[in-house]
Design a protein around this ligand. Structure first.
Ligand code: SAH
Length: 381
């Protein structure tokens, strides 16, 4: 049985009789949505040996080959059979912009015409792909342009993994090690199942064989989902967007977190399983006069005391429509030093790709339910 989400994005009425595979439903399965075991089931239903699934998976995920015709270690007749019976959906690269600092932003168009962005950051010092998990975001953080769009829809697992597949191919990095941060558009834990499935797909040994150490999932802190994540066999690095040291300020900055107390979030972080020497990253966007006082620095160090934590300070990336400003470099430095004196490991995120709007919180490509159409939002920048 092919899961519903594995079916292709073709609009109704676009199916042909030859697309029907006996035993796997009457829509063409979309192989880009499948984990290895699911792919093996499709291949078997087509009357082929399961090991062919490994070959297809390797072509698709490791080599980025999306045409069955190019999978040259499969027999010609099997390739034809696959073409008739299956489909492979890939986010299409609509534009690619290069920043003066080497960062590159990819705009993708999805099967339903929606658009998302992914960013390649060449030297963090590792190579890093910043990937989206939703079209827009429902969290509505007051300083984030993606948040202002609202949520248009979740991405499927294939769309999340597809961004990585296409970036690796376009950048010719399939045989190079790179990191993935789920810090593009969206809240990954709000789209839990698709995000975790995408990570399993990327981790598969016959694919890119990504290890958990190379992946960082960033969240505003959805507690039930964090508890679920802590039970997973494959747990990525965790980054928690903290952004405030009092409930009042945090609830103002992240209105969807109003039911969540900081103390409960920190308790959940203390419970989160960490492997030897691993730490949770706490992201803290610095907003001038809002959360950057020396009292904030003292409270932050206090909140994190005893936690295996590091703090990543994100001086605000300003944009029209964002009602906050970025503190001066001296103020950022003072805040960082104060945390360090409090015993906290701290780094300041260098903002990358600002000239092409690829920096944190600047990914906004699609009109969301709030009604701001993409061109309107983009014109404002
Ligand atoms: N939904 C996830 C991923 C968001 S993007 C989360 O909230 O963690 C990654 C980081 O960029 C988050 O910490 C987010 O708060 C931050 N961010 C958003 N807008 C920003 C901006 N304008 N300037 C700096 N950082 C920003």
């Amino acid at each position: 049985m092919i899961p519903r989400e594995a079916r292709s994005h073709q609009p109704p009425g676009d199916h042909t009789a030859r697309g029907t595979v006996r035993g796997v439903g009457d829509e063409k399965p979309d192989l880009a949505e499948l984990e290895p075991a699911e792919l093996a089931a499709v291949v078997t239903a087509l009357g082929a040996k399961p090991f062919h699934a490994k070959q297809i998976y390797r072509w698709l995920h490791r080599r980025g080959r999306e045409q069955f015709g190019g999978m040259t270690d499969l027999s010609r007749s099997f390739r034809t059979r696959l073409e008739e019976a299956c489909t492979i959906t890939t986010p299409a690269v609509t534009s690619r912009e290069r920043s003066s600092d080497g960062t590159q932003k990819f705009l993708f168009t999805l099967g339903d015409g929606r658009t998302i962005e992914s960013v390649f950051i060449p030297d963090t010092p590792a190579l890093t792909f910043c990937v989206s998990t939703q079209v827009g975001c429902a969290m509505r953080c007051g300083f984030c342009l993606t948040g202002q769009m609202g949520l248009a829809r979740h991405l499927t697992a294939g769309e999340i993994a597809g961004q990585v597949r296409v970036l690796a191919r376009e950048l010719e990095l399939q045989d190079t090690r790179f990191n993935i941060v789920l810090m593009g558009m969206g809240e990954p834990l709000h789209n839990y199942d698709a995000t975790m499935k995408a990570l399993r797909m990327l981790a598969a040994p016959e694919g890119l064989a990504l290890t958990p150490k190379r992946v960082t999932l960033s969240t505003v802190g959805l507690l039930p989902a964090m508890a679920r994540l802590s039970e997973e066999p494959w747990i990525p690095n965790l980054a928690v967007s903290l952004h405030a040291t009092t409930d009042r300020v945090r609830h103002e900055l992240i209105p969807t977190s109003r039911h969540l107390r900081l103390s409960d979030l920190i308790t959940a972080c203390r419970r989160f399983p960490l492997k030897h020497r691993d730490r949770i990253t706490f992201e803290y966007v610095l907003l001038d006069g809002v959360n950057d006082t020396s009292a904030d620095a003292t409270r932050l160090a206090g909140l994190l005391r005893g936690l295996r934590a590091k703090v990543n300070l994100l001086p605000l990336n300003e944009a029209p429509g964002i009602p906050f400003s970025r503190p001066s470099d001296q103020q950022v430095d003072r805040f960082a030093r104060s945390l360090a004196r409090g015993g906290i490991t701290v780094s300041v995120r260098k903002s990358r790709g600002r000239d092409i709007r690829a920096a944190c919180g600047q990914l906004i490509v699609d009109g969301g339910p709030r009604g701001a159409s993409a061109p309107d939002v983009l014109r404002g920048l």
